[in-house]
Design a protein around this ligand. Sequence first.
Ligand SMILES: Cc1ncc(COP(=O)(O)O)c(C=O)c1O
Length: 502
Amino acid sequence: MRSHENLDDFLAGRSAYLDADTTMPMYRRVRAMIEDLLARGVFDGGRPMPSTRYLSQELGVSRNTVAAAYDELIALGVIESRPRSGLYAATPLTRAAAESVSSAEPVDWSTLLRPRESVEFTRTLGHPDAFDYPYPFISSQPELRSFPVRGWLRAASEAMTGPHLRYSVRDAVDQDDPLLVEALRKEILPSRGIEASSDEILVTSGTQQGLSLIADVLLGSGKIMGFENPGYLDAMHIFKRSGVELSPVPVDGRGAVFDRSTVFDAMYLTPSHHHPTNVTLSLPRRKLLLELLEERNGFVIEDDYDSEFRFRGRPTPSLKSIGDNRRVIYLGSFSKFLSAGLRIGYIVADAPVIAALRAERHHRTKHLPGHIQRSLALFITSGDYHKVLRSHRRRLKQNWEIITESINTYMPRVEASSFPPGGVSVWYTGPEDLDAAELTERAAKQGILVADGSRYFFPGTGSHNCLRLGFGSIAQQSIEPGIALLGGIAHRMLDETRRISG
Ligand SMILES: Cc1ncc(COP(=O)(O)O)c(C=O)c1O
């Protein structure tokens, strides 16, 4: 195979390469084909490699694709570029060296990766593509259109000027932006009844980083952590990975159910709106918890992720705001009120805890990006943040009314359900014979994103007929049609099941 004709014959059989492994990018398939040509000696003896134009025409791929394949082969030393002459097979010596690299056995990373402790839990649902669905009933992020682009750009641009620039671009070592900490103290925490000094606050990359720092600094093996069941999957994974023993705590209409006999050293709770059912932890249980923590020298992590969204009456006070609350480690987040993508949250706790968490954060990420912190601080102090919050609250209240009414109208149900008036999602319980996992799958095929409720339970516990329906991300006009469609699918499924069993 030493003539052009032979090369052409070879290229005629290209489909063996180009159609072979469709999970491999096209340029990699082209590269494999060129490597085979080289191995057969087609380009030995000083014969130049075909041009990118020639190969792209012959193979029916773009010139960029061929160029990318050549670039990799040049980088590997398999072919070389000679100035004003073209590409050539590398000298046998270089080729042998390159082959020894490219033909090496793939590394078996599974033997090197540390085993993680939380594999038994359902993986958390991530929907980076949620906005591509016509009916995204998810709750993890506010509706795209609701992001205050103009106000944010104003703040972000101001953050790059005058006295602000220093704070936006400096290496802050382990410090937070003082303006943001002040804004949290004076403009955010008071609405949750919380007073804190600046050494009692730490800015984090969302609640996730807060939980992970707390897990490493305060938990670990040998400790028992009470955890709502159903509960927040991300927190389950984070805590489990710290080695702590998670002990499921059931939830009823008044929140987590525990008494003096419940064994725990620490507790993780979402007391304002339980994740995922939205119920509020009752006052007597809050008081009992604080008493038990005192007796046991324990602490509670209060995840107050969406407390501002209460649609009837006043927001429930935070646990951190009642009585002797030093054993409450409070976590807040801007993910629900502004944007999950900004990745900003904060922890409020006693100063020694914050100092330990700060040291831990320092050795992982130093600090949060200065520019984001300063922009957020300016966004809050300008008054824009509170405007956004008010408009989110108005919009979400309407969304809540529409979704609850739509569920009662269109979804199969046992009796008219009443839903706690807050949060960014509702918890729907269907008839006993409704298979929520199957419904979730069928719905996704019709552009409806919902979460099967069973995924929020500890393995082997929990229900099969519940759904979590978020109403924070979906456009208002899509809520009723989406639920009507979902209800139609659910009714058809039940008809099928009942026909078979009856
Ligand atoms: C229970 C709970 N806590 C916290 C958060 C926010 O997490 P983050 O601040 O890391 O985005 C969420 C968001 O989905 C949540 O559901």
